[in-house]
Design a protein around this ligand. Structure first.
Ligand code: FAD
Ligand code: DLZ
Ligand code: SF4
Length: 512
């Protein structure tokens, strides 16, 4: 009897058992474009177009390989517009003996698939997502009994387990696990993004762009120009170009930010990794080989591998270990509504404006802009973590809850109370000024903390530390900042707190 094999929009790889184990003459593969998934947050229109085009191309590739595919397009008349509805409809039409699906990357979807089993009256197997390099059980075994779950120790174990950048005697390549100290250089004048590969849009992508234009007329973001790879072949071309031409410079300016240069030496591969077009192990191996062959320095290869083998696997482990409660966490009691400028981009703060413009145009902004500009502002201003989380989940082409939520709630907002980060990633305008060229084009002055033209990040930074003194003054990594605060004396402290309140008022009134 037929087995119904369900592939979700971010599971576009033939390597998963759902595809690899299919009997081509018997089974049917279901892929469905549905409004419920396209609208449960206000996804960027480029993200929707990227996924739909990649889904359609993947369905074509499966058919070419001899699989039977039931592909439901968004505008199919019978589309029920939810994944559960489409599975029910396929069950009624095909009467399968079993339903097989790979574990979704979001808790809500896993729960709803589980409850579907009873309703459909057909066994439903949720298979592990073997694209990841650390299983849930392995992560739990690592985490169990530890007082602190720091990424660094997890990462070392992953390096050893997968033998990546490890010498035959078991020591790390180059004698160190971590080359971060070499990777924090500020931008030098003229620092720019290296050229990127781009692909001609075929009939499938053009049809999807038209569909998205018609169905999401008020969607967030710019749909075109559209440069995403939409097949595995194209994603591999981007990967190879990155390894050969961009990886060598990846480490040095990893934290730098430059006006009009959204990409710099970042890989832009997260959207492809997360949707299944690229495999994390193959990406890490290629970076390792480039280093072994003398084509990329160790600080670049290690820095890049750390992001994928370390951070990416670690945040996924945290997500599943602490869901469903994780997305509800609000350790710092932050409650300000998300300012409208996160969507409109209309603010006088040049650094925020730049990050919003890149986000709107490309469904992308690199890690330090997500963390130290838009994330840092939300942390300092005390914006409700759930609202911030929904924004990040919507606006980036690589965003799925398993990876976005720990980065937002844990890394950027400290809303998980320090599960992920040993101290909050809070910084004043001085950091942004050092690591970018944004401030020279800003209405505010990074050197001023109070008064006309004072950079909002400055007073908000000190006010944040003062508000949370009870929690952070005991933190072993923060005594120097409280010593500086104490040395300021009561008048300066009061002026800073008064200024912070003025910034918050301006934020609420849309004047910041
Ligand atoms: P590169 O800088 O080239 O890094 C290489 C790869 O490493 C990335 O493609 C990605 O797969 C991985 N990586 C790097 N940093 C992280 C990290 N902190 N966590 C997990 N993987 C990482 N990443 C997402 O994939 N999806 C998200 O929804 C997402 N939301 C984020 C929200 C916030 C508030 C922050 C601070 C970070 C978020 N990140 C997210 C992590 C990181 O910013 C992106 O992975 C990265 O910017 C993607 O661009 P890139 O492919 O050019 O990455
Ligand atoms: C993000 C997304 C969007 C926009 N559309 C679809 C869709 O139409 N069909 C689908 O199967 N998946 C889609 N997704 C991805 C899911 O919302 C969800 O984030 C992932 O499947 C979780 O792993
Ligand atoms: Fe951002 Fe402040 Fe610099 Fe303006 S002065 S760009 S607000 S850090």
């Amino acid at each position: 009897m037929t087995v119904l094999r369900v592939i979700l929009g971010d599971q576009l790889t033939g390597r998963l058992e759902v595809v690899a184990g299919a009997d081509k003459g018997r089974d049917v593969i279901l892929i469905a474009e549905v409004m419920a998934e396209a609208t449960y947050v206000r996804h960027h229109v480029k993200k929707i177009a990227f996924l739909f085009s990649a889904m359609r191309h993947f369905a074509e590739a499966l058919r070419a390989a001899g699989h039977v595919v039931r592909y439901v397009a968004l505008d199919d008349a019978a589309n029920t517009q939810s994944l559960e509805g489409e599975i029910r409809r396929a069950v009624a039409a095909l009467q399968p003996s079993r339903i097989v699906v790979t574990e979704p990357g979001e808790w809500r979807l896993r729960e709803s698939l589980k409850s579907l089993e009873a309703e459909c009256g057909v066994p439903l197997d949720i298979l592990p997502d073997t694209r990841f390099l650390c299983t849930h059980a392995e992560f739990d075994a690592w985490a169990e009994g530890r007082r602190e779950l720091r990424m660094e120790y997890f990462y070392r174990e992953m390096r050893r387990r997968h033998g990546i950048l490890i010498e035959p005697d078991g020591t790390p390549a180059g004698g160190r696990w971590n080359f971060d100290a070499d990777n924090r250089k500020p931008p030098k004048p003229g620092l720019a993004s290296p050229p990127r590969v781009s692909f001609r849009k075929d009939a499938i992508t053009l049809a999807v762009l038209d569909l998205v234009r018609r169905h999401f007329p008020d969607g967030y973001g710019r749909l075109e120009p559209f440069h995403f790879a939409v097949t595995r072949r194209q994603a591999l071309r981007e990967l190879d170009h990155f390894i050969a031409a961009i990886l060598p410079g990846f480490g040095d300016h990893q934290d730098a930010m430059v006006r009009g240069e959204p990409y710099l030496s970042h890989s832009l591969l997260a959207a492809y990794l997360n949707a299944g077009l690229l495999d994390p192990l193959e990406v890490c191996r290629k970076a390792e080989t480039a280093n072994r062959d003398g084509l990329a320095p160790l600080n670049a290869a290690e820095g890049f591998i750390r992001q994928i083998l370390g951070w990416r696997e670690y945040v996924r482990g945290l997500y599943w270990r602490f869901m469903p409660g994780y997305v509800e966490r609000n350790a710092l009691g932050a409650s300000e509504p998300l300012p409208w400028f996160y969507w409109s981009g209309e603010t006088r703060m040049a650094c925020m404006r730049e990050a919003f413009a890149q986000t709107r145009d490309h469904a992308y902004s690199h890690h330090i802009q997500r963390l130290m500009v838009t994330g840092n502002f939300a942390l300092l201003a005390g914006i409700d973590p759930k609202a911030v989380h929904e924004w990040y989940l919507a606006v980036y082409a690589d965003a799925y809850e398993w990876v976005e939520a720990p980065n937002t709630l844990g890394m950027a907002l400290y809303a998980d109370g320090g599960l992920l980060a040993s101290k909050p990633y809070a910084a004043s305008g001085n950091y942004i000024n050092r690591m970018s060229n944004f401030c020279s084009g800003c209405a505010y002055d990074p050197a001023r903390s109070v008064g006309e033209g004072a950079c909002p990040f400055n007073a908000l930074y000190w006010d944040f530390l003062a508000r949370h003194r009870d929690r952070f003054s005991r933190n072993a990594r923060m005594p120097h900042v409280y010593a500086t605060w104490d040395r300021m004396g009561p008048d300066k402290q009061a002026a800073l707190r008064h200024q912070a309140e003025a910034h918050r008022t301006a934020m609420r009134e849309g004047r910041l």
